[in-house]
Design a protein around this ligand. Structure first.
Ligand code: 5GP
Ligand code: MG
Length: 189
């Protein structure tokens, strides 16, 4: 697995530092708006890519919160891009009403914005007190940069990355750094 890595784009140390920083900012903003910690806070991580990010993030949030995992797929397993793909929605386990709760949607990477858009639409119907969005990565391409998002850990070049929860064909999620893969990896199938 390690021999498939081309380049480390963001190291585990840098990720850890930035996750702590973003958590502080989120805590600060939420407490400011609510004049104290929000009574009801629900994090909505989009599976599977945000798994590791959210695990680290919640341990830096000193707030009373619940997790409501959802899953949305915008690209099929063998493709290294989500561009132009239809969002196949499979939002699960969201309560019918989320009135009174503040929601923070969490995704691994903002690329076309289709995934986040689908999540926001579904959440809007449930009328929460507020909806905020947080992504680990944002690709520096026009669609992503134009998509409104509240918290971005890192802006990255428009390249395909894996690691720290992000996969290629289901693999590489367990790499602790965010990396690019060697070109021959994509030629293997
Ligand atoms: P969007 O819906 O914004 O186009 O894409 C977001 C989803 O596409 C992410 O949640 C992720 O699953 C997938 N994706 C987009 N770019 C990448 C990438 O560079 N690497 C990986 N592993 N997944 C990506
Ligand atoms: Mg994803």
């Amino acid at each position: 697995m390690l021999e498939d890595i081309d380049r480390i784009l963001i190291s585990r140390e840098t990720i850890a530092r930035r996750v702590r920083e973003i958590a502080q900012q989120i805590t600060h903003d939420l407490c400011l708006e609510e004049e104290g910690p929000p009574a009801e806070l629900t994090l909505v991580p989009i599976l599977t890519g945000s798994l590791i990010f959210v695990a680290d993030l919640i341990r830096e949030l000193p707030l009373k919160l619940q997790l409501n995992l959802v899953s949305i797929s915008s690209y099929s397993g063998t493709k290294a891009t989500s561009r132009g793909a239809a969002v196949e929605q499979s939002l699960t386990k969201l309560p019918e009403s989320m009135a009174g709760t503040h929601v923070l949607v969490i995704d691994d990477i903002l690329d076309s914005g289709n995934t986040l858009r689908a999540a926001i639409v579904a959440l809007h119907h449930r009328q929460p007190a507020s909806i905020r969005t947080c992504v680990l990565l944002r690709k520096q391409r026009p669609e992503a940069m134009a998509f409104p998002v509240d918290y971005v850990c890192f802006d990255i070049p428009d390249v395909f990355v894996v690691g720290y929860g992000l996969d290629y064909n289901g693999y590489y999620r367990n790499l602790p750094d965010i990396v690019t893969l060697r070109p021959e990896v994509f030629r293997r199938r």
